[in-house]
Write a protein that binds this ligand. Sequence first.
Ligand code: FHN
Length: 437
Amino acid sequence: PNKDSIPLQHGAHRSGNRTDADMARWRSLRFGQFVHWGLYAIAGGEWNGKIYNGAAEWIRSWKEMPTAVYDQLYKQFNPVNYHPEQWAQQAKDMGAGYMIITTKHHDGFCLWPSKYTRYTVAASPYKKDIIGPMVEAYNKKGIDVYLYFSIIDWNHPDWRTSLKTPADSAAYKRFKVFVKNQLTELLVKYPTVKGFWFDGTWDDSWKNDGAFSDELEQYLQKLHPGLIIGSRLRADERGARHFDSNNHLMGDYEQGWERKLPEQPADVHGNDWEGVMTIPENQWGYHAHWLGHIKSSNELIEMLVKSTSLGGNFVLNFGPKADGTFRSEEVQRMQEIGNWMKVNGSAVYGASEAGLGKPDWGYYTRRGDSVFMVVFNVPVSGNLRVKLPAKTTLAEASASGQPVTPELIGKNEYFIPVGNAPRHAPFVILLQTSRAA
Ligand code: FHN
C-alpha cells in the first residue's frame, strides 16, 4: 500500500528539514547542555533514610515518599548559591552552544513566577525568578536557551492521564487552556528563547487530541517566529507520536533519542535529530547516590562526535544540587570536555555526516571539503585506513596544524600514520579533499 495513503489533517506539515536561519543555527551548534533542576533536588533520591533507585526527578511517584510531603518541599527551595553567570560560564567553557532548562518538570513546580498557578518559585523562600536571570546570563555568553516544559503536571487538579468521564473531559479542557496560557507567558516573559523542549506527552489524554497539539504548535510558532519545537509535542489524529501515521516526522527535529544514539544514517532518515544523555545511568535531577556506570569524559566526547557524524545534536544533562551548585563529577566532566573542544571543536561545530561510512578507528565528520578523522581507537600498526569516494582527491592531511604524510595504498585508499599523536585522548586528523565537478 502507498505509504501516504492515510488522509491526515493533523499529520506532518512539512517534508524534509527546515531550511531557515534559526534551524541552521540550531544544527550548527551541535552541542547542548541540559539542566534538570527542581524540588526533586532537595530530596536528592532519598526519603526517610531510604534510597530511591529510580530517577531522582520521579521520587514523588515512589510509594515510600508521601505525595503530601513532596508537595511541601517548595517551602525549602532556597538555592542561595545559584549564580546564573557561573552556570553560563561553565557551559561556555564546556563548549555548549545551547542549553535546555526545566521550567516545569512532571511535579508541576514552576521555576518562574507563573501567574497561572501558585506552585512556583514565588511561593518558595527564594521568591525570585530562576528563569529570567538564567536566560540573560546564558544569552550574554552567546548561548541559546530552550525551555523544557512537561505536559504531565502531577500538581494540577485538572491534569488527567486519560479521560473516562465527562468530568475528566471538562477538567482536561481547562488544563489545556492552562498549558497554553503558561506557554504564552513564557514566550512573552523570555522573548529571546529559541524553542520549547516538550516532554510528558505520552498519556492518552494528550495523544488522543492530535488536533490540539497541532493547533498549539502552530499558535506558538506564529507568536514567536523561528521557534524550534521537537517531535515530542505532537500526535496526529490517530494518536501516532513523533512520526505521523504516514511515517513523516512531525515537529522540527526527531526528539526521541533519549539515552541512546542512532548507529547508522538509516536510523535517522536524513531528519534533523538530537540525542539527550545522562552522565550516570537514568538520573536527570540531582541524586545523592549515583548508581551504575558513570560515563567518563572520553565516553561522552565519543557520543558527541558520533552524533555529529550522523548529522545530529548531542545534549548532555546536568542535575544541580538544591543549593544551586553542581556536583564535582559534573564540574570535572564540563572542564574535561571543554578542554577537548577548545582544541578539537572544529570537527564538531558546523560539521555533519561525511558520507564515508564508519571506520574502525573512530568517526568521520565533514564541513565542506574538510573531512575530520576523529580517532578513538588506534590500531597496533599505527596506520589509519582511509578510503575516499571516486573523483575525490586528498589534497593534504594534518594533525594539530602539523602536516601528516599519507601513504597511497590503493585507488583512493590511504594509510594515515598516527605518528606521535597522544594516545590518552581522542585526537583529530584533518583531511583537505576536493571533489571533481
Ligand atoms: O520522565 C522524563 C525524565 O524525567 C526526563 O526528564 C527525560 C529527559 O529526556 N524525559 C522523560 C522521559 O522520557
